[in-house]
Design a protein around this ligand. Structure first.
Ligand code: SAM
Length: 462
């Protein structure tokens, strides 16, 4: 076989230049923090040696703080900068709630006072609503108070794992780094997840390092009857490791422990009880690391908002799009008067598990497997419903919103985990004749920059 060696000069290309270090990396300057940006970091400007204003993003600071920073890396349109000296702290600074706040990449805003934090999340919702084209005078009337999940309430976590010469680490990545940090006093996770994390560190410490080193991540979900755990690894466990894991699952009373290599299907190593969650008293099983709302409080806030809308709208035929295993589906079908629901989802496992729960409970729900990005419900199909709820992944529901804009029903309920795609989708719906009647911000990722938004939309009468 002939090999073609590429010679850039032979083809008139330029000789590759040795990479040159950015002269601003390492540059130090005093700054006053102007505001907290969308990702939770402080935003300020410094003057570079050439006189140009340079945007810097600074962690763990508040507006008004005066600090001396060193530029560490290029970040977007500016530079990530580290505080090397605190000159004057003027912001209402809350003592961080865990010992690893400054190093850990998990939370960005623990140091804000509770009132400022609430106001910051509200502003995030308001920015999304204003960008959707709502008149600034109307925005505050539309947006409800932010519903914030309390500390120690997150019921799902993906811990990174590193087993090496320096020890065993099960936790989160450091800020802008690949280093895995142990997080023994994380303030956002449920105590059951914290106890698991610590037991898993002990387990990996006692394992032969050769087995333990294959483990890259562990996903833990607290369900109604225990913990459902999925280990992501680079190789299959051998017989000894399987035996050890089964014993560990027993000792920790896990509901299920599964193992997955890359994208291959996961396999149960210890299936002790079927992991169950309950929606409107209907038990549903989840797939390993399958989607659930991040906190029970957040799920309840969203479901309550859905129920309130049902009470006001009294629909008869409902579509629940991107339904997962049914966090909203059973409320839509069973709250108050029973009504028929068509629930649509692309993930085959979620479809199967929801279908099973529907069959067992005799709920008036039809489950459909369909890819709503490629094949959204068409305007003609949407004619069968008087209410559509959609709850897409972070990418949003553009294709579906385009169909809703041309032929959607009178009422739409939108749930979003990404304010940017929420804004885009709301614009499409508003251009199609919908009015946003209400927005409920729901914060399930305490002290992070994430926010969920629930919106009620109604088609304007023509
Ligand atoms: C944010 S989750 C919401 C799930 C559910 N509504 C809940 O609250 O539990 C988004 C869901 O959309 C599903 N999904 C992702 N891409 C999809 C697509 N192209 N078509 C249909 N469903 C999709 C995911 O599998 C996931 O279940």
């Amino acid at each position: 076989m002939k090999h073609h060696h590429r010679n850039p000069r032979a083809r008139g290309g330029r000789k590759r230049q040795p990479s040159r270090r950015d002269p601003l990396i390492g540059f130090e300057a005093p700054v006053t923090i102007e505001q907290v940006g969308a990702r939770g970091d402080g935003i300020a400007h410094i003057q570079a040696p050439d006189g140009k204003a340079v945007l810097v993003y600074v962690d763990c600071v508040l507006p008004g703080d005066e600090v001396r920073v060193a530029l560490r890396q290029k970040r977007g349109d500016g530079y990530g900068a580290e505080v090397i000296e605190e000159i004057a702290r003027t912001g209402a600074f809350n003592p961080p709630r865990c010992s690893h706040f400054k190093e850990c990449g998990g939370c960005a805003l623990q140091h804000m006072s509770d009132d400022d934090y609430r106001a910051w999340k509200y502003d995030k919702a308001k920015t999304a609503v204003l960008r959707a084209g709502i008149d600034p005078e109307d925005a505050d009337d539309l947006i409800a108070e932010v519903e914030i999940s309390p500390p120690a309430s997150r019921r799902r976590a993906g811990f990174s794992v590193h087993v090496g010469a320096t020890g065993v680490f099960v936790g989160f990545h450091g800020r802008f780094s690949h280093t895995v940090l142990n997080v023994p006093d994380c303030a956002v996770l449920r105590p059951e997840l914290m106890a698991f994390r610590s037991a898993f560190v002990d387990f990996l410490t006692s394992c032969p390092p050769d087995y333990a080193r294959d483990i890259k991540e562990v996903f833990v979900t607290l369900v109604d009857n225990g913990l459902d755990v999925l280990i992501q690894a680079s190789a299959d466990p051998n017989l000894d490791m399987r035996q050890d894991l089964a014993e560990f699952a027993g000792a920790q009373n896990l509901a299920r422990l599964s193992w997955q290599v890359g994208d291959r299907p996961d396999e149960p190593v210890a299936a002790r009880h079927t992991p169950l969650v309950s929606f409107e008293n209907v038990e549903v099983s989840i797939a390993p690391a399958g989607f659930l709302q991040a906190t029970l409080d957040g799920q309840q806030s969203l479901v309550n908002a859905v129920k309130q809308a049902l009470d006001e709208i009294a629909p008869r035929q409902v579509a629940d799009l991107f339904c997962g295993v049914g966090s909203f589906t059973f409320a839509l079908a069973l709250h108050g008067k029973r009504r028929s629901v068509t629930a649509v989802e692309s993930d085959p496992r979620a479809v199967e598990l929801l279908q099973y729960a529907v069959g067992q409970s005799g709920s008036p729900i039809k489950v459909v497997k369909r890819d709503l990005f490629r094949q959204p419900l068409t305007a003609a199909e949407l004619g069968a419903f008087d209410l559509v709820l959609f709850d897409p992944p972070r990418a949003g529901a553009l294709a579906q919103c385009e169909q809703l804009a041309t032929g959607g029903p009178e009422w739409v309920l939108a749930v979003s985990c990404n304010p940017a795609t929420f804004t885009r989708d709301m614009r499409v719906l508003r251009n199609g004749g919908y009015e946003i009647q209400k927005v409920v911000p729901v914060d399930q990722f305490l002290w992070s920059s994430h926010l969920e938004l629930f919106a009620v939309l109604r088609r304007k009468a023509v």
